[in-house]
Design a protein around this ligand. Structure first.
Ligand code: PFF
Length: 451
C-alpha cells in the first residue's frame, strides 16, 4: 500500500508504543495484583517475566510488522502465503476488537470519575461502593461516557498515524509521566505512608505460588499489549532505521516503571488511612480511592481535589492511548483490506465496537443475570480475549518467528540489515523457541483448569 502512514521520529515511535502499553492495566490492575500476591515478591517476578518473556515477544511482533509494512492479517499472509499462520493475524485483530469493546466501557468510567472530581463531587463523604454500583448498573450513563471517550479515540485515529497517533502521544505521554511523578510525590508526603512503602518494598515470598507466577506472566503480557496485533501494527509504521530491540526495551522499561510507580501512588495513600483494605480487588480505584482521598485530605480538601483530579486524568490518558492502539489494529485491517478510506474504516470500527460495548456495559446492570458458562458478557469477553486467545497468540507468534520464519530474515530485521549489532541473537532465538512457548502453554492450561 503506497499511502500507508509512518511515524515521523524515533521519539514518536517510543512514545506511541509506550502509550499502547501504558494503560488501565498499569494503574489499575497491576497494583491490585501486587496487593493480592505478596507485594515486592510479585514485582520481582513480574520484572523477570517482562525481561524473559515480554521483551522477546515484543521484538518478534516488531519483526513481523516492520518487515511486511501491513496490517496484522496481511502481514501473516505475506510472510506465510496460503498457510494457517494467517489465523494468528485474524485472531490478533479479533482480540483487539473484543478488548476495545470492554476497555472503552472502563475508560468511560474513568472519564465519569474525572468529571465528578472536576465538579468536586468526589469530596463528599458517602458510600462509594453504592455510588459506583449505581453508576455502572445504569443503562445509559456509562454508555454515554464511553461513547465520548470513543469519539476522542476515533478523531485521533481518523487523523492518521503521524498527525493523529504520534502527535497525541508526543503531547500526552510526557504529561502522563509528569502527573505520575507529582502524584508519587504527594503520596509519599501523606502521614503514615511509610507503611505502604514497606509493603511494596518488602517481599513476602510465602505468598508466591505457581499460580502467582503465571498471573504475573499474564499481567506482563496484557500490560505490554502483546499478541493483539497492536504492536505489530504500530511496527508496520516504523522506519527502516528504527532499532527494534532498543525500542522494545525502552517501551518495556517505561511500562514497568509506570506500573511500579502507580503502586507507589496507591499504597502509601491507602496505608495512610486506617481501616481501608489494601487488596480491595478491582474496586480499588473506583471505591477505595475516593474514600482515601477524602480521609487523607480532610484537613486540606483542596489538595484532595487536586490529587483526585490528577489521578483520574492519569487513568483517562492511559486508557485513551491504549484504546488508540487497539482501534488502530482493527482500523488498519479494514482500511487496507476492505479498501475504504481511513476515516470510513475508523467510523466502522468505532460504531461496531460501541455497539458491542453496550452489551458489556449492560452486563453490570440490566443484563447482570444473563450468563454464559457462568460469566457475564463482560467477564466472558475478558476471559476469551485475555485469558484464552492472548496466551495462544503469544505461543503462536513465538513458534512463527522462532521456527517458521527464516532465521536470516529475522536477524536482518532485528539488526537493520546488519547495521545494528545484536549480541544476544542466539539467546533471543532460544527464548522464543523454547522458554516462551512453554510459559504460554502453562498460562493457558492454568487459566483453563484453575479459573
Ligand atoms: N496494555 C494496556 C494496559 O495495560 O491497559 C491494555 C492493552 C492495550 C492490551 C492494547 C492489549 C492491547 F493490545
Amino acid at each position: 500500500m503506497k499511502d500507508r502512514g509512518s511515524f515521523g521520529s524515533k521519539f514518536g515511535v517510543i512514545l506511541a508504543s509506550a502509550g499502547s502499553a501504558v494503560g488501565l492495566g498499569n494503574v489499575w490492575r497491576f497494583p491490585t495484583e501486587v496487593g493480592n500476591n505478596g507485594g515486592a515478591a510479585f514485582i520481582i517476578i513480574y520484572i523477570l517475566c517482562v525481561v524473559f518473556v515480554g521483551v522477546p515477544v515484543m521484538v518478534s511482533e516488531f519483526v513481523i510488522g516492520r518487515h511486511t509494512h501491513a496490517n496484522t492479517i496481511s502481514a501473516y499472509s505475506q510472510l506465510a502465503p496460503g498457510t494457517w499462520w494467517r489465523l494468528q493475524g485474524v485472531s490478533g485483530v479479533f482480540v483487539a476488537f473484543l478488548i476495545l469493546s470492554y476497555y472503552i466501557i472502563i475508560s468511560g468510567w474513568t472519564f465519569f470519575y474525572l468529571t465528578e472530581s472536576a465538579i468536586n463531587s468526589l469530596s463528599v463523604s458517602r458510600d462509594y461502593s453504592a455510588y459506583f454500583n449505581d453508576f455502572v448498573s445504569n443503562p445509559w450513563e456509562p454508555v454515554i461516557y464511553a461513547a465520548i471517550v470513543m469519539l476522542m479515540v476515533h478523531v485521533i485515529i481518523a487523523r492518521g498515524v503521524q498527525s493523529g497517533i504520534e502527535a497525541f502521544s508526543k503531547i500526552f505521554m510526557p504529561l502522563l509521566l509528569v502527573i505520575i511523578i507529582v502524584l508519587v510525590g504527594c503520596s509519599f508526603n501523606m502521614p503514615g505512608s511509610s507503611e505502604g512503602l514497606r509493603f511494596l518494598l518488602q517481599p513476602d515470598f510465602s505468598k508466591v505460588t505457581p499460580s502467582v507466577v503465571l498471573s504475573a506472566m499474564g499481567q506482563a503480557f496484557f500490560s505490554l499489549s502483546l499478541a493483539m496485533g497492536c504492536l505489530c501494527t504500530y511496527a508496520s509504521y516504523f522506519g527502516p532505521d528504527t532499532k527494534l530491540v532498543k525500542t522494545a526495551v525502552s517501551v518495556s522499561v517505561i511500562d514497568t516503571c509506570v506500573a511500579v510507580l502507580s503502586g507507589f501512588i496507591i499504597f502509601p495513600a491507602v496505608f495512610s488511612v486506617q481501616g481501608v483494605e489494601v487488596n480491595a480487588g478491582p474496586g480499588l480505584v473506583f471505591i477505595t480511592l475516593p474514600n482515601v482521598f477524602i480521609m487523607a485530605f480532610h484537613n486540606v480538601p483542596v489538595l484532595g481535589y487536586i490529587f483526585s483530579g490528577l489521578f483520574y486524568m492519569l487513568l483517562l490518558l492511559a486508557a485513551v492511548t491504549s484504546a488508540m492502539s487497539l482501534h488502530e489494529s482493527v482500523t488498519a485491517y479494514v482500511h487496507e483490506v476492505v479498501h475504504v478510506s481511513r476515516r470510513t474504516a475508523s467510523s466502522i470500527v468505532s460504531i461496531s465496537c460501541m455497539l458491542l460495548g453496550v452489551t458489556c456495559s449492560l452486563s453490570f446492570g440490566l443484563w447482570s443475570d444473563f450468563t454464559i458458562f457462568d460469566m457475564t458478557i463482560f467477564d466472558l469477553f475478558d476471559f476469551v480475549a485475555s485469558k484464552i486467545l492472548m496466551p495462544i497468540g503469544g505461543l503462536v507468534i513465538c513458534l512463527f518467528v522462532g521456527w517458521y520464519l527464516d532465521k536470516k530474515l529475522v536477524h536482518d530485521e532485528i539488526t537493520n540489515q546488519g547495521t545494528v549489532p545484536f549480541r544476544f541473537f542466539q539467546s533471543f532465538i532460544f527464548l522464543i523457541r523454547y522458554v516462551v512457548p512453554v510459559a504460554m502453554t502453562l498460562i493457558f492450561v492454568n487459566e483453563l483448569l484453575f479459573r
